[in-house]
Design a protein around this ligand. Structure first.
Ligand SMILES: [Fe+2]
Ligand SMILES: [Fe+2]
Length: 135
């Protein structure tokens, strides 16, 4: 069982964004698999770092699209991204310092961290993007 099964409730209806969200979902599922199969810290650490890198890339691409769509909620959304990025950075740093291990509690936090943001804040900009013909 993957941690997150992709489904329509995760789609914002903008192809570019959905593809990026799927990549984040895939990465979280890889992290979950690695945890369940007891992979070494080195491997789980590198997946966690990749998650952070994809997150940064996605947030900046998403912000550029919101700007192109003239979405009025951009400034607020950007602040939310800063906050969400800091949360993952905090976990990555603590993991690297050996202060935490990968466990189900962390996996569930990351699942909710991603899905709740997609289903609330991300969904909110989709009509503005579609109205501008952004796909
Ligand atoms: Fe977002
Ligand atoms: Fe997003």
């Amino acid at each position: 069982m993957p941690l997150i099964a992709w489904n329509d409730s995760l789609s914002v209806g903008v192809t570019t964004i959905d593809a990026q969200h799927r990549k984040l979902v895939d990465t979280l599922n890889q992290l979950h698999d690695a945890m369940l199969s007891g992979q070494a810290r080195q491997l789980t650490g590198s997946i966690l770092e990749r998650l952070l890198q994809y997150t940064r890339e996605h947030f900046s691409a998403e912000e550029a699209m919101m700007a192109a769509a003239g979405y009025p909620g951009l400034a607020e959304h950007r602040l939310r991204h800063v906050d969400l990025t800091r949360q993952v950075e905090g976990y990555v740093t603590r993991f690297q310092h050996g202060e935490i291990t990968l466990n189900l509690h962390l996996m569930h936090f990351l699942r909710d961290w991603l899905t709740r943001h997609i289903q609330s804040e991300d969904r909110a900009y989709a009509p503005a993007m579609r109205a501008r013909g952004l796909r």
